[in-house]
Design a protein around this ligand. Structure first.
Ligand SMILES: Nc1ncnc2c1ncn2[C@@H]1O[C@H](COP(=O)(O)OP(=O)(O)OP(=O)(O)O)[C@@H](O)[C@H]1O
Ligand SMILES: [Mg+2]
Length: 142
């Protein structure tokens, strides 16, 4: 392949919402700060909600998803609240992230009960909600 034929985009996956870089550049301080905030949760103690704020594209979503992937993979869910706006849609997304089969026609109350059952079973649960210019990381322990 000549250099003229070389693709402009080397890795298309990096442009998708699902992509999380393996190395987060220049965010050591922010990662340490998030780890400090989440430390009690690793010992099943409650934590405050965490709000990440910053200009668009500075890595709020990426850093929060990276932390959950690395520390709380099985007990966390990520919801893009800009895309999923109603209580029903958000609950459905959380349950799907947690591998619970949901077809979407269940009443909201039923979805709430399913989520309550999971939180009771797994003892601890994190939900990361994305909104424009803001990430909310919330934790529920029982
Ligand atoms: N520390 C980092 N090192 C390498 N790439 C990064 C880093 N942080 C973010 N990125 C990349 O930069 C892009 C934007 O990051 P991200 O979507 O997390 O920003 P954001 O602050 O959540 O933006 P918005 O406010 O628009 O939601 C993504 O493609 C992500 O993979
Ligand atoms: Mg974001």
């Amino acid at each position: 392949m000549s250099s003229d034929d070389a693709p402009i985009i080397v890795n298309e996956e990096a442009l998708t919402e699902a992509f999380i870089p393996t190395r987060l550049l220049h965010r050591e301080g922010q990662i340490r700060e998030l780890e400090r905030c989440l430390k009690p949760a690793l010992k099943n103690r409650s934590i405050e909600n965490i709000f990440l704020m910053g200009t668009s594209g500075t890595g709020k979503t990426t850093i929060a998803r990276w932390i959950l992937e690395n520390y709380f993979k099985e007990i966390s869910a990520y919801v893009n609240c800009w895309k999923y706006r109603t209580t029903h849609e958000v609950l459905k997304e959380i349950l799907l992230c947690l591998q619970v089969p949901v077809h979407g026609r269940e009443p909201t109350g039923e979805l709430t009960k399913s989520l309550e059952r999971i939180v009771k079973k797994r003892k601890i649960m994190f939900v990361l909600m994305k909104w424009i210019g803001l990430m909310i990381l919330t934790c529920c322990i029982c």
